[in-house]
Design a protein around this ligand. Structure first.
Ligand SMILES: Nc1ncnc2c1ncn2[C@@H]1O[C@H](COP(=O)(O)OP(=O)(O)OP(=O)(O)O)[C@@H](O)[C@H]1O
Length: 617
């Protein structure tokens, strides 16, 4: 069966027999989405002075029980329309969007809809079943028993044809399996509305057919399934109940798929027999505003729906009377099904599992710490009690802390940008709130950071012959580890805001002034200008260096002098004085460091929230 322009399409009567059903998650209220005079514009160009209209006063309605395709040439605004309907983009949008006849309440709507984005980014190093279990635990909450959760997972995996790869890790899945897994993860809490951006891109025809089979199953159970799609093959195109065509931000067709050819004929456009209607419309309107405008006026830019038959797959929804549907939607409050600590526990366990499986990453970190430890230990070997090496002793302290800065600033700045996409998808689809995620991400690297941090401090402290006093070692190690934690927070902040390329530049540009400010006044510490002291307070590295130096130098006996006639740095306080660190308080500097950790972490957290708000509230 094909849907070339001269062949009739397969009728949609809602009675098509489905091979597999989702019985455990089948109940869902019908949700109809209507939009009127939707406009979206962005500012672009130098100084963002030019206004670009991406969607131009389009209207339309997508109903429950209908599989809808949004089609159009590249750049016509398909993804933009989906982003707006899903609530992912809200700023710069005008017009009305209503859900079941009422203005869309975005918080409620987010709760009842799922948005599967084009980048099917999935957490690495986890199997299909493990990911499904995480999604089920987060989305179904503690009230559902583990047996029920497992049964739900089994059913979804079976219907989506993923049971054969349930123990396969995500990086080994094929493109089609990854896309289906993205759908499976969102299905566990049975969203009545599913948006899919290009769910078939990069798949072969067999995989596309499998995906459409699944969408048909979901639609027939009362869901509203809307997906953007590039030129679909004939056999796929005819399986969509409704098509919404865009060209350059306007709607050129809105109606049932089988009605396209008669509609074109009625306005004098004869679709060649070798084309599918989708291909032909795209070719007609591509770079041809006249055709696009003419076609758009025939459907009043989406206000008119061209359909001559009932295309809904729903025969009736006996279990959901109208009032009941509204009640279900009303009750969709903003609460998460799991508590704060459950979310933290589930997310933290997932992060630890991923970390523990990243053997290469752990091996590299261990290697870099061992190499750096050996290098620093041999460079500063035996200087710890030598008065002539007092300045080198300061460099020793500085070098160990610099190692922490570069290691823990660059690693998250480079690795976090890909994580942030997973966070955006999961948070947008209401898997969890940001606070437990932030807490989990802050603590995720802690076990490794503490182990490797103590290792390098132990090696360098020992090889440089620093005082063998447990308290001094503890204070020095504590300053170094706290600096590493603060720096990792800063690295996360950079990684969450910038992509890898920009993040690298920003991270090194941030580190440079912090280090310059930290060593300012070296050698003339007692004469540092008051305003510079204030500016130096910005550098949290300075707090750690002062705390580290105080830990090693304060309240200790004189250094060994090999030249008895002139031994300037015999008194440890002389070094501290020349560095401007005499009488500095270890406690206050550590407190300053803790405060900055809190601020950097908080900024990161705020940035996440702000970013999400910009996008959809
Ligand atoms: N934030 C933005 N700033 C500037 N231009 C934008 C922005 N968002 C979208 N656009 C532009 O709007 C147009 C429509 O983009 P959109 O991604 O919706 O197209 P599309 O139909 O999904 O394309 P494709 O099929 O190639 O994915 C494009 O020209 C795009 O460059």
């Amino acid at each position: 069966m094909t849907t070339l322009c001269n062949t009739p399409s397969e009728p949609k009567d809602g009675k098509k027999l489905l091979k597999k059903q989702l019985t455990r998650i089948a109940k869902t209220p019908p949700v109809n989405i209507e939009f009127q005079d939707l406009e979206y514009s962005v500012r672009e160009g130098g100084f963002k002075r030019d206004q670009k209209n991406i969607l131009k006063s389009i209207s339309g309605k997508f109903s429950a029980g209908e599989l809808t395709a949004i089609l159009g040439p590249s750049g016509s605004g398909k993804t933009t329309l989906l982003n707006i309907l899903a609530g992912y983009v809200t700023s710069g949008v005008t017009g009305t969007i209503s859900v079941n006849g009422r203005p869309r309440n975005l918080k409620q709507f987010n709760k009842i809809s799922a948005y599967i984005m084009q980048d099917d980014l999935l957490p690495q190093l986890m199997t299909v079943e493990e990911l499904m279990m995480v999604a089920t635990k987060l989305k179904l909450g503690d009230k559902i028993t583990i047996e029920n959760k497992k049964a739900t997972i089994n059913e979804i995996l079976s219907v989506l044809g993923l049971d054969v790869c349930r123990n396969v890790r995500t990086e080994a899945l094929s493109g089609g399996q990854r896309k289906r897994l993205s759908v499976a993860l969102e299905l566990v809490n049975n969203p009545p509305v599913i948006f899919l951006d290009e769910p078939t891109s990069g798949l072969d025809t067999v995989c596309i057919k499998q995906s459409i089979d699944i969408f048909e199953v979901l639609t027939a159970q009362g869901r509203t399934v809307i997906c953007t799609i590039h030129q679909p093959p004939a056999s796929i195109f005819q399986r969509f109940d409704q098509t919404y065509f865009l060209a350059n931000g306007i709607c050129v067709y809105n109606g049932s798929t089988p009605d396209i050819v008669p509609h074109l004929s009625s306005i004098g456009i004869v679709c060649p027999v070798t084309y599918t209607p989708a291909e032909y419309i795209i070719e007609l309107v591509h770079d041809n505003d006249k055709y696009a405008n003419d076609l758009s006026s025939t459907v009043q830019n989406g206000k008119l729906n061209k359909r001559t038959m009932n295309i809904s797959r729903l025969i009736s929804v006996p279990q959901f009377e109208k009032d009941m549907c509204e009640e279900i939607l009303e009750k969709s409050n903003f609460n998460f099904p799991t508590s704060f600590w459950s979310q933290f526990y589930i997310l933290y366990s997932r992060m630890l599992l991923q970390l523990s499986r990243n053997r290469t990453g752990m091996g590299l970190q261990l290697f870099s710490h061992c190499v750096a430890g050996g290098l620093l230990g041999s460079l500063f070997f035996g200087i710890g009690n030598n008065a002539e090496m007092a300045v080198e002793n300061f460099f020793f302290c500085l070098s160990v802390l610099m190692f922490f800065i570069f290691t823990y600033l660059m690693t998250p700045a480079l690795t976090y940008p890909s994580e942030i996409k997973i966070l955006k998808r999961e948070y947008f689809n209401r898997w969890y709130s940001l606070k437990p995620y932030y807490l989990a991400v802050t603590f995720q690297n802690m076990p490794l950071l503490l182990t490797l941090g103590i290792l390098i401090i132990l090696v360098t402290y020992g090889l440089s012959f620093q005082p063998v006093e447990a308290s001094r070692f503890f204070y020095f190690a504590f300053a170094g580890l706290l600096l590493a934690v603060a720096t990792e927070g800063l690295g996360l902040a950079v990684g969450s805001i910038f992509n890898v390329g920009n993040g690298t530049v920003v991270a090194s540009s941030v580190a440079a002034p912090l280090i310059i400010l930290c060593v300012y006044g070296m050698g003339y510490g007692s004469t540092i200008e008051p305003h510079m002291k204030i500016i130096m307070g910005i550098s949290y590295v300075r707090f750690a260096v002062v705390a580290g130096m105080t830990a090693i130098f304060e309240n200790r006996g004189p250094f060994d002098c090999f030249n008895e006639i002139y031994c300037y740095y015999k008194d440890p306080n002389q070094t501290l004085k020349d560095l401007g660190m005499l009488n500095a308080s270890y406690g206050w500097n550590m407190l300053g460091l803790v405060k900055l950790i809190r601020n950097y972490g908080f900024d990161f957290f705020k940035r996440q929230q702000q970013g999400q708000k910009d996008d959809w509230s």
